[in-house]
Ligand binder design. Structure first.
Ligand code: GMT
Length: 365
């Protein structure tokens, strides 16, 4: 097949999955990735073509964000026509699915459009009254529509008026890349990685870490950047734990940190899937996370991690200590997490689900 993928290239989970999917599909199909920048995970070693969306810089339009959507349409049209694409797979409803729909129409329906919803694009941004009608329309008009969890499927059906089938295709992780690495046993490493938005509840992690660090020898590695970082740095300072809390910023090879971690924390308010937790689990790292959304589908309480109520920093700390103070339990949870990944979330289990959807869609009139 000739496949085009439209995504955001940044450190968000959707861009990571779109890029990994492009990488995996490129082994068998002709792959074209369309975005405004090269994706973060494959800067130097891309095995697919990259098509950069170019933006017109013109003073009158400085504050008009729709320009990107239109430039994306034009680039998609160019790529559909030049390479005779069969499929355009839009990751993110806003604006990628709409741009893909318009491109398809300009090309007289010569390619089919698949949309994968990741969460932020639908129930956070997409349902805002500025975008809702267009998000709903582009979901409904897609030739195939997928979500990354059952939770996101249900929430999409509740919040949008769409009648078409939604197929759940979970995220995946490469277990060769994300695996356990040697580390010295002395100090426990606790890790979190995200884009530091308020919904990730970084202050809960810092407060819990304060409690944990009073009991055991440990360090906290915070990977990523975002609006909550300054507040989190200040909180760590005020709690007197700055020396043990490391703000690492965006890290290209996060597997090198996860592979040596003892515990991963994800106390988010909302999470359609929780790709960061999946990557940790692949590295045999137990996870303590919120009992919400896609995290409930991913983590089994008392088997490969623990689930806590949103905002309960004390429980976050106590469950973390339970794992970190018991090497046998930590090892067992870590092994269970890796087993789950190998059983359900590897590329060879998930990528064919997308290929099947592409094939089924192409057979339709
Ligand atoms: O929340 C993030 O970390 C970024 C965000 C995105 O929009 O790229 O992630 C969303 O998609 C990921 C990949 O499918 C999921 O693992 C995240 O759970 C989801 N974030 C939310 O639902 C808040």
């Amino acid at each position: 097949m000739k496949i085009g993928i439209a995504c955001f290239p940044t450190y968000g989970g959707s861009g990571i999955i779109a890029t990994e999917l492009a990488h995996m599909l490129a082994k068998k199909h002709e792959l074209h990735l369309v975005s405004y920048d090269k994706p973060v995970r494959f800067e130097d070693e891309m095995d697919f073509s990259f098509h950069k969306v170019e933006l017109l810089s013109y003073p009158l339009f400085e504050r008009v964000p729709c320009c990107y959507s239109l430039a994306l349409v034009s680039k998609l049209v160019e790529v559909i026509k030049s390479y005779d694409l069969d499929i355009v797979h839009a990751h993110y409803a806003v604006p990628n699915a709409m741009s893909a729909y318009l491109a398809k129409k300009i090309c007289n329906d010569s390619a089919k459009v698949i949309t994968t919803l990741h969460g932020t694009d639908s129930y956070l941004v997409g349902r805002h009254r500025s975008y809702k009608e267009v998000t709903q329309f582009s979901m409904q008009q897609s030739d195939g529509l997928t979500t990354v969890s059952e939770y996101l499927k249900e929430r999409t059906n509740t919040e949008f008026d769409i009648s078409r089938e939604i197929r759940v295709i979970p995220n995946f992780v490469d277990p060769q890349k994300f695996r356990r690495l040697e580390k010295d046993q002395g100090q426990k490493i606790i890790c979190h990685s995200s884009n530091f938005r308020p919904l990730k509840r970084i202050p809960d992690i810092i407060k819990a870490f304060k409690i944990i660090s009073q009991e055991i020898n440990c360090e906290l590695f915070l990977v990523g950047n975002g609006p909550e970082r300054p507040k989190a740095e200040k909180l760590a300072k005020n709690l007197g734990i700055s020396k043990k809390v490391h703000f690492l910023g965006n890290v290209k090879n996060v597997q090198e940190i996860l592979g040596k971690s003892d515990l991963f924390l994800l106390p988010s308010e909302d999470e359609s899937f929780g790709l960061a937790a999946l990557e940790a689990m692949s590295c045999e790292v137990p996870v303590v996370a919120s009992n919400i959304g896609g995290l409930k589908e991913l983590i089994s309480h008392g088997v490969d991690g623990y689930l806590i109520e949103v905002g309960d920093a004390e429980a976050l700390a106590q469950y973390s200590l339970k794992i970190l103070q018991d090497p046998r339990l930590q090892g067992e949870f870590g092994k269970n997490a890796r087993q789950k990944v190998l059983k359900k979330y590897t590329p060879d289990k998930i990528v064919p689900k997308y290929e099947n959807l592409y094939n089924e869609t192409l057979k339709e009139k």
